[in-house]
Design a binder for this molecule. Structure first.
Ligand code: PEP
Ligand code: MG
Length: 761
């Protein structure tokens, strides 16, 4: 039995025999695509190596009782297993098969090779992804080739790969791996292409290109040129980037190096002829595979090569795309604002000037008002879409709209004067537009809240080391939130439960007593804790501004504040009226005593450690012990002060922090988050906000305090990517964003592994 295979002798069992990457290359070669010559070290070679080296049991022994949640123990075990694999000689039979095949490659000319691990179907795709990433470029000479193959095998036991297998109950002894050995293309220009737009699925070919090897583009180290092509290859858009660096083959022929691009940093990488060839390649690949592809390509001395192709997995499903109005329809744009909750909804306008008129908004109406208030929620539930004059992405209408799955446009300035009562309109919550008439919308848009858990769960979830959780404000959104299969609830906003009681909380306490108030809270929190058990649910204590409380029956005594955002809200309010905090802690204590030990406590708008200290004392007083290792007790980081003196909070003692970027951004930039006049200045990507977050993550990581985010920015994949780089422990996203964020987190983690592997080389 040979331990290597060539494309021509792989068959049905290719995936099992040479792994996914190898099988894919063999398939491309079989249909005549321009793939550099390659051979494959079979998964049988790996199995034979382990067997002959007699290390199978040792590996099992080293991994059998490692606590994968203990980073040091995991890294140590991974290191030992890898060393076991690397210390053993590759048996002569396997070695000679590899060397003979390499010699055969050399007959074709220069046999500088790329060596890539190729995980097999027997291993879990998710568990093996870390191993799948191992790639060595410009490997030269038989000894070096055999060594790198051995290193690919060892990469099956990176900490991350071990972690995933354990978490997925996949036995380590069942893992297998093929290795691809492929002639290296010494590219003068290279990059990636998507046969369709990678997120919208638009019928356009997207090409990214840079000078030198494609690694620069794939790893994100070089900003590439971006070309948008029609299916036929016509250039529709070209953005030429400044490509300051390029990745090239190292002078000694081993590996690669990054160098400054000389003289051509701003030159266009691809001309029309190149692009025409790439468009042809895109069409062929998509026709062959029958689905959109993500392709790595390279150009060497005038010749085009395909290095890799795989299905694009990031295209949003139609129901989340919500691009459902027919493009050919003539539409009249009536008004525009911020698209705050995705989807389209159409119907007659119900214009509400105050919450006394809620009944006028009937099932299927488009609710139009200057700004929604908590007491409007019943009408918001009936609405098919919501439009407001004021507000930004984190205002009441936006949060509730997203959670109820009702499309919403906020900050539309003159909506209440431009749109008239009864007028038929279509609201597009993605684009932020309101158009005249009833445009065609998809069925899913019309019934967004009826998604069943199984439908919404979608394809198998990608496990990530950074946990991806979900935010819940309205208890009735629990089923939709649970259907995302999130790792827990990173924010349960209590105020929506409290405001949902229909009376001011102090009125409830005065009329029925603290216990009864705690009962009401416990009832609603229980549903969420139950749905997610045993995954953590962090209950955020009350944080509603005085102007929202004042609208509730019994709210007449609320102070009339000029600036409620800076006023009596969050933990300062609860410490000022400690019976409120006591009731919330009491509700949590009771639920924990009933077995819901997954409930944790999160305090909002903290700015000084004394607030944490006082709140803890109240918790202790009701019998909820913040020092109990089973009770997660944490704070939100929403004020720059709390970020700057995070060390003092750590010293005070806490289990986690969560970034409330809605408030943190507003207070860092002095931009009222609900004020449409300055909405253009509200920017979570501002480096001032970023530095605060990075600092907090650094300090917390040094002291084993978990870090999370539950502000709107956590639902933005670009922001999530940064957070993963900074080392956050979890990200809590809105229901509609969980899948997207999980995908981004997985990709970012894989990229970090790749960079880490390179750095270690
Ligand atoms: C935040 O400030 O980011 C946050 C999540 O809290 P809220 O939006 O409820 O103020
Ligand atoms: Mg906040």
């Amino acid at each position: 039995m040979s331990y290597v295979a060539w494309a021509s002798d792989t068959g049905e069992d290719a995936l099992e025999r040479i792994g996914g990457k190898g099988a894919n290359l063999a398939e491309m070669m079989s249909v005549g695509l321009p793939v550099p010559t390659a051979f494959f070290v079979t998964s049988g070679a790996y199995a034979a190596f382990i067997e002959e080296a007699g290390i199978g049991e040792k590996i099992d022994g080293l991994l059998s009782d490692v606590d994968v949640d203990d980073n040091d123990a995991l890294a140590d075990a991974a290191d030992r297993v890898q060393q076991l694999i690397l210390d053993r000689e590759v048996p002569e039979r396997i070695r000679s098969d590899i060397v003979d095949a390499y010699d055969r490659l050399e007959e074709d000319g220069d046999a500088d090779v790329a060596i890539r691990s190729s995980a097999t179907a027997e291993d879990l795709p998710e568990a093996s992804f870390a191993g799948q990433q191992e790639t060595f470029l410009h490997v030269d000479g038989p000894d070096e080739v055999v060594r790198r193959v051995q290193e690919c095998w060892a990469s099956l036991f990176t900490p991350r790969a071990i972690y995933y297998r354990v978490k997925n109950d996949f036995p380590h002894e069942k893992v297998r791996m093929g290795v691809v050995v492929q002639r290296m293309v010494d590219a003068d220009r290279a990059g990636v292409l998507f046969t369709r737009h990678p997120t919208t699925g638009d019928d356009r070919i997207i090409v990214e290109a840079a000078w030198g090897l494609g690694e620069g583009v794939v790893s994100g180290r070089v900003s590439p040129d971006n070309y948008v092509l029609s299916r036929e290859g016509t250039v529709q858009d070209a953005t030429i980037a400044t490509k300051d660096t390029e990745i090239v083959r190292a002078d000694d022929g081993q590996g690669t190096l990054e160098r400054t691009t000389d003289g051509r940093a701003d030159d266009r990488v691809l001309d029309e002829t190149h692009l025409d060839r790439l468009a042809g390649l895109a069409r062929t690949l998509e026709d062959h595979y029958g689905e959109p592809q993500d392709v790595e390509w390279a150009w060497e001395e005038g010749e085009l090569f395909v290095l890799q192709t795989r299905p694009v997995t990031t295209i949003k499903e139609p129901e989340t795309m919500n691009d459902t109005t027919s493009p050919t329809q003539d539409t009249e744009l009536l008004i525009e604002g911020l698209g705050a909750s995705p989807g389209t909804g159409a119907g007659p306008v119900a214009r509400l000037d105050s919450s006394d008129e809620l009944d006028r908004c009937e099932e299927g109406d488009v609710l139009v008002t200057s700004m929604t208030t908590p007491d409007m929620v019943p009408a918001m539930r009936r609405a098919t879409a919501i439009v407001t004059d004021e507000g930004g992405m984190t205002c009441h209408a936006a949060i509730v709209g997203r959670e109820l799955g009702v499309p919403c446009v906020v900050g539309a300035k003159d909506a209440t004067s431009v749109l008239s009562e009864g007028q038929q309109v279509t609201v597009d919550g993605d684009r932020g537009s309101v158009e005249a008439g009833i445009q065609q919308t998809s069925e899913t848009d019309e019934t967004p809240t009826e998604t069943t858990p199984t439908q919404a769960a979608g394809p198998a979830r990608v496990p990530t080391a950074t946990e991806v959780k979900v935010n819940i404000s309205m208890p009735e959104a629990t089923d939709r939130a649970r259907a995302t299969d999130a790792d827990g609830v990173g924010l349960l906003r209590v105020e929506h439960i409290v405001l949902g009681l229909g009376r001011h909380p102090m009125t409830v306490i005065d009329e029925e007593g603290t216990d009864a108030f705690a009962d009401h809270l416990a009832e609603d929190i229980r549903g969420v804790a139950d749905a997610f058990q045993p995954r953590p649910v962090w209950v955020r204590t009350l944080d509603a501004p005085t102007d929202e409380f004042r609208q509730l029956p019994g709210g007449d005594d609320e102070p009339d504040e000029a600036n409620p955002m800076l006023g009596w809200r969050g933990i300062r309010r609860d410490l000022g009226q400690p019976e409120l905090l006591r009731a919330q802690f009491e509700a949590i204590r009771r639920l924990r005593a009933d077995g819901y030990e997954n409930i944790g406590v999160m305090l909002p708008l903290v700015q000084h450690p004394s607030e944490l200290r006082e709140a803890k004392q109240i918790a202790r007083d009701v019998g909820l012990d913040p020092e109990d290792p089973d009770v997660s007790f944490g704070i939100m980081i929403e004020t720059p002060a709390s970020a700057l003196i995070i060390d003092e909070f750590v010293e005070e003692g806490l289990d986690f922090v969560s970034f409330g970027t809605n408030d943190l951004t507003q207070y860092t930039l002095a931009v009222d988050r609900n004020n449409g006049n300055v909405a253009n200045l509200f920017d979570e990507f501002h480096s001032g906000v970023g530095r605060l977050i990075e600092h907090v993550i650094d300090v917390c990581n040094d002291h084993d305090v978990a870090t999370s985010i539950c502000g709107q920015a956590g639902s933005d994949p670009d922001f999530a990517e940064k957070l993963v780089e900074w080392g956050i422990s979890s990200i809590s996203a809105n229901i509609d964003a969980v899948d997207r964020v999980r995908e981004t987190v997985a990709r970012s983690e894989q990229r970090l592994i790749l960079e880490d592997v390179r750095d270690r080389r």
